[in-house]
Design a protein around this ligand. Structure first.
Ligand code: MRU
Length: 347
């Protein structure tokens, strides 16, 4: 099953419920916009490209759930519902882009029925395109890896973070298909453990050799010479702003630390992301980093992990300055520093 899809029989969105992993691999049906918003915020569906598809399917769902008969009333309610989806989480640019693309489709339709039909066709097309371009990212990135290498990854940028195949893990799958077997070290990725709960599951399903480590062991693994490259995905890449106006890769909290460590140990730091994750309209300072519920740290699976009233700072993402990135892989190629906006965007 794809990470997120349209259920034709139930006429709603169906997704792999990632909150249930690794114990269960079960679908969740989002039949209303409230279901979808809650699913995005609770990370049933997560990862920038998968959120892009969630945004697109969300607009198609909104078109089917808004009940107004008059076109102007319909458009007003529909826009409000679409906005709820677009703003469910702030950092991954693909979510708002998925919504915007479908709103463009809706704006060119003349009737309510056309909006309903055309947004769904377009959302399915966006999902298909996600899979195709991930394969291209994979093929491009695989050229950076050698047979027998060990690659460290952080969070989950695999099939379950996209519609299918993945970005950072897609590179590993493509290398494998090209006959270059690589091993993976998966960082646990506290506090929500996408590395241990999701990355290990999908790598083991595909027979990729994976070793799980606590986040704090990544430096030790590099000291021991166990890591040939670090590869991660991205929630948003901006190519301007920040120190020296160099831009940054926004990705799961802790990515910056992996990049600094990789740089210190002369290990290539690779970012794999689709062109649609590169935000040419904003600078580093303009990106909102999501701060999540303090209870994600105060509790572990419902049991206390800290005093119930301890002050907590729980940012979900961090910006890695571009000078720490050795290769940026998109569906259009592999780019090296300096990451000039015109070169990267016009390839
Ligand atoms: O909070 P999450 O799980 O949505 O964070 C996901 C990540 O940080 C991924 O690395 C990123 O979205 C790239 S997914 C191909």
């Amino acid at each position: 099953m794809r990470t997120i899809d349209w259920d034709e029989d139930l006429d709603c969105i169906v997704m792999v419920d990632q909150t249930k992993l690794p114990a269960e691999y079960v679908p969740y049906h989002a039949t209303t916009i409230s279901d979808l918003v809650e699913s995005i915020q609770r990370l049933r569906v997560r990862g920038a490209p998968a959120l892009g598809a969630a945004g697109a399917y969300g607009v198609a769902l909104a078109a089917r759930r808004v009940e107004a008969d008059d076109l102007a009333d319909f458009r007003e309610q529909f826009a409000a519902e679409a906005d709820r989806v677009a703003t469910a989480r702030p950092t991954a640019v693909n979510l708002e882009r998925g919504v915007e693309e479908m709103l463009g489709v809706a704006s060119r339709a003349d009737t309510i029925e056309e909006i309903r039909t055309q947004t769904l066709v377009a959302a399915k097309d966006l999902a298909d395109r996600d899979v195709e371009r991930n394969k291209r990212i994979g093929a491009n990135g695989a050229s950076l890896l050698e047979q027998g290498q060990t690659v460290m990854t952080h969070c989950n940028a695999g099939a379950l973070a996209t519609v299918d195949w993945g970005t950072a893990l897609g590179v590993i799958y493509s290398a494998d298909e090209a006959g270059k077997t690589v091993d993976v070290i998966a960082n646990e990725t506290r506090p929500l453990n996408q590395g241990s709960r999701i990355t290990t599951v999908e790598l083991m399903e595909r027979d990729v050799d994976v070793t799980l480590i606590p986040d704090n062991a990544s430096g030790r693994c590099m000291q021991e010479g166990r890591v040939d490259a670090v590869i991660v995905g991205a929630d948003r890449v901006v190519l301007s702003g920040g120190p020296n106006d160099e831009g940054a890769v926004f990705n799961k909290i802790g990515t910056y630390k992996q990049a600094v460590l990789a740089n210190r140990h002369d290990i290539p730091f690779i970012v794999a992301a689709p062109r649609s994750t590169i935000d040419e309209h904003r600078t580093v300072e303009e990106i909102e980093i999501e701060e999540r519920d303090p209870d994600e740290l105060r509790e572990i699976y419902g049991s206390p992990n800290a005093p119930a009233d301890v002050p907590v700072y729980n940012p979900a993402f961090d910006p890695t300055p571009m000078h720490l990135v050795d290769h940026l892989v998109t569906e259009h190629g592999v780019f090296e520093p300096p990451f000039d906006e015109r070169t990267v965007l016009q390839a």
